[in-house]
Design a protein around this ligand. Structure first.
Ligand code: FE2
Ligand code: FE2
Length: 474
């Protein structure tokens, strides 16, 4: 399954055997590059960036590192190898051969799933496009650009499916993916979190930790799909995605580390004094965490959803690690406990599991995301500081589902409108927090140097030395 780089569009799907498809994609390619030039990382097009490029889909040794100008990055189409014997392993088609073509009755739903996933990919590039101007180091700048080019490739992954399997509507959807814009009033991206701004590097690290992890869970659920080309393409996307979450987890960890070092050196605790020392106080980090976490868990959708049931029963979208679960994989008659508001308090209620599959995926996500927060707390603990970061209650600051119409504190207490107003400044990132964090964002471009508010990483990219020039400016 090595990748053919002699083609205009690198691929491992024998694209040159299908001239019509190849022409359609070669027609879309310049529109993608125009989008990259307009909406990709600002002012970056002439930089030489030390990037990894996929050379194979084999998990051992799939990437090659070298300097690339980003508009010359070889975006392409990389699917995991097909397994001819693969069967659909959940839902009403369980046991049937996996589909190589789109079944007519599932066409509209599959298109919607692919478009919704595809839309998040360019959206995050748009959200992050100004960050390069305030990079805390060349190492971080390179990681930002790596994430950006790979999100661009994830768009290619979804556009390939649209072009290959959805005919004219697929081509129209592929064009629309380049027309929508994150945060645009008239033509926004599809999902809420992808229309928020990512104005500073703490937001970027929180986004890549929490929101790219939503991507991981959605991709894992799609990697189970009975529609085999979708399963194969999302499996390779997950290989790339792991790095994005690493950037987030290690980025937040380095911010915390630096703050703790300064707090110890100067023996200070008061957030105002911590800020005066030029690092980000732990209270502000907690508010950023609360914001990004709550906005991200909304992405899983309403807690009860007949669409989720349809997607599962039809074999389009599985659960996280579907293959490792030991139930019947049909779930008819099964129940799941969801949380809701009953008589002015939060209480659990059993509902049919098929309708609660968004909540099942959200709960899997929650279990996964708390792990990193525990590791961040280890850094604080190691410095002998009493503060601990916490993940807010899942009903906190929700805009989608049963909790959209109530106010719940980070600790999980139902609160009145007045209590919410009185406390929101302690719970969610304020304009003043953002202004403070923005005031720290300079631009550090000397190899081996780091902004004052963030610790250096433990190791370099691809084991390069600490003073390696990850980006060369031309
Ligand atoms: Fe992605
Ligand atoms: Fe990502």
């Amino acid at each position: 399954m090595s990748i053919d780089y002699s083609q205009k569009i690198p691929n491992n799907v024998n694209l040159s055997d299908d001239r019509t498809l190849q022409r359609a994609l070669e027609h879309w390619q310049p529109a993608f590059l125009d989008w990259w030039r307009d909406m990709g990382p600002e002012g970056s097009h002439h930089h030489d960036v030390y990037l990894r490029t996929a050379v194979s889909v084999d998990p051992s040794g799939w990437a090659h590192f070298d300097y690339v100008k980003m508009p010359d990055y070889r975006w392409g189409i990389f699917l995991q190898p097909a397994d001819a014997a693969r069967k659909i392993h959940f839902g009403e088609h369980k046991g049937e051969a996996a589909w190589q073509e789109v079944p007519g009755e599932h066409r509209a739903n599959l298109r919607r799933i692919i478009v919704t996933q595809g839309d998040t990919e360019p959206a995050s590039v748009e959200q992050q496009r100004h960050l390069g101007l305030t990079c805390p180091s060349l190492y971080d700048l390179r990681n930002l650009f790596q994430v950006n080019v790979e999100e661009g490739r994830h768009l290619w992954a979804m556009v390939y499916l649209l072009h290959r399997h959805f005919g004219r509507d697929g081509r129209e959807e592929a064009e629309a993916l380049l027309d929508r814009r994150s945060g645009d009033q008239d033509n926004p991206r599809i999902l809420g979190a992808f229309n928020e701004r990512t104005p500073d590097w703490l937001s970027f690290f929180m986004f890549t930790y929490f929101t790219d992890r939503d991507g991981k869970f959605q991709l894992c659920a799609l990697a189970e799909s009975g529609f085999d080309p979708l399963a194969r393409t999302t499996r390779f996307m997950l290989t790339e995605e792991a790095h994005h979450m690493f950037v987030g987890e290690s980025g937040v960890s380095r911010v915390i580390q630096r703050t703790c070092e300064v707090m110890r050196e100067r023996d200070i605790q008061d957030p105002a004094e911590v800020r005066a020392a030029g690092v980000i106080d732990l209270e502000t980090i907690q508010r950023y965490l609360n914001f990004h976490y709550s906005v991200t868990i909304d992405l899983f959708g309403a807690d009860q959803s007949s669409n989720a049931a349809t997607f599962y029963s039809a074999g389009l979208k599985g659960r996280f690690e579907e293959g490792k679960r030991d139930d019947d994989h049909v779930l008819k008659g099964d129940v799941y406990r969801i949380l809701e508001v009953q008589d002015d308090r939060l209480a659990e209620r059993e509902v049919p599991m098929l309708n609660a599959l968004n909540e099942v995926l959200r709960d899997d996500y929650i279990r996964d995301s708390v792990g990193g927060v525990a590791r961040w707390n280890k850094v604080i603990e190691k410095h002998g500081i009493a503060f601990r970061l916490t993940v807010p209650h899942k009903a906190f600051n929700r805009k989608i589902g049963t909790f959209a119409n109530v106010h719940v504190s980070p600790a999980g207490e139902l609160v009145s409108e007045a209590q919410w107003q009185a406390n929101a400044r302690q719970w969610l990132t304020t304009d003043e927090d953002r202004a403070f964090v923005a005031s720290l964002m300079g631009r550090v471009t000397e190899p081996g140097r780091y902004a004052n508010w963030i610790a250096p990483p433990a190791v370099g990219v691809n084991r390069q030395p600490m003073d390696f020039a990850y980006v060369r400016f031309n």
